[in-house]
Ligand binder design. Structure first.
Ligand SMILES: [Zn+2]
Length: 277
């Protein structure tokens, strides 16, 4: 086990999430959905706009990375099962458990490396959807035939979706128009130098999501997403220094898509490596 647990710094990955097809991320339907659709999307309770919860994206990234790596799903979480290393030996070499976390009660575990923020409609998408005269505010209603399991009859069902073309982004918290507007979709913690190399798996998981889907009804076309306009930055400082105020963005201009970002990533990480003591 490595010695001292010290937060050496953080990576910041900012990206837009584009709905390539209609996106259905289900809400709990607490205040029974407007329009009474059978399957509503999750909305921000204050603005009433659809949101893309960080937990949905992070959970999908984890489950696809587990499947790709052949990790045994041995731990029940709600109705699903995830992989959790059961011994310190296995854990010490497992990127999935380090990046995505393990249940808090495991005595040998370090803090989760990856934080995925909630994403919100961009200003442009909000305006476009307002102008588009959608079925419900910001969303469309798609009819699907559900099969009644007892009678085998096709029952029409209304699915609410965020229309294709909508763009989501993590919320900024810097002053509008400030040169280094803060905020990023993902924050990744670096405790040990090896964490920097394992960041590759975060980006790998994003690629797995692009070829799969987010939310519900994916096998019938919903939920195809693409990551666009990606930027990598960091806050890293020597042990005695103060925690940096601003993110140091490596590339001034965003990288247009995930494939190009993955090609650039080894060089980007190499440029950060010397800062980690
Ligand atoms: Zn593991």
């Amino acid at each position: 086990m490595p010695e001292e647990l010290r937060l050496r710094g953080r990576l910041f990955l900012d990206a837009e999430i584009h709905a390539v097809t209609g996106l259905h991320i289900g809400g709990a339907g607490g205040k029974v959905a407007i329009g009474g659709v059978d399957s509503p999307v999750i909305r921000d309770p204050i603005t009433d706009e659809p949101i893309l919860p960080g937990s949905s994206l992070k959970g999908k990234m984890r489950s696809l990375l587990e499947r790709w790596g052949g990790y045994e799903p041995n731990h029940p979480i709600g109705q699903a099962r995830i992989h959790v290393c059961q011994s310190p030996d296995r854990y010490s070499n497992c990127p999935v458990c380090h990046i995505f976390g393990v249940p808090g009660e495991l005595p040998f575990a370090y803090p989760t490396r990856l934080v995925v923020r909630d994403a919100f409609l961009t200003d442009g998408s909000r305006e476009a959807l307002r102008r588009a005269d959608t079925d419900l505010p910001f969303t469309e209603v798609k009819w699907e035939a559900a099969i009644d399991r007892i009678t085998s009859a096709a029952v029409p069902r209304q699915i609410e979706r965020v229309p294709a073309g909508a763009v989501f982004r993590a919320r900024r918290f810097g002053a509008p128009g400030a040169p280094d507007e803060a905020g990023a979709l993902m924050v990744y913690h670096i405790y040990f130098p090896r964490d920097l190399d394992w960041f590759l798996h975060v980006v790998e998981a994003m690629g797995l999501v692009e070829d799969d889907y987010l939310g519900g009804y994916g096998s019938r076309g919903s939920g195809q997403v693409a990551f666009r306009r990606l930027r990598l930055g960091y806050k890293i400082a020597a042990p005695s220094a103060l925690y940096p105020e601003a993110i140091s963005w490596i590339s001034r201009d965003p990288i247009p898509d995930l494939a190009e970002f993955r090609r650039a990533l080894p060089a980007l990480l190499d440029s950060i490596r010397p800062h980690i003591s």
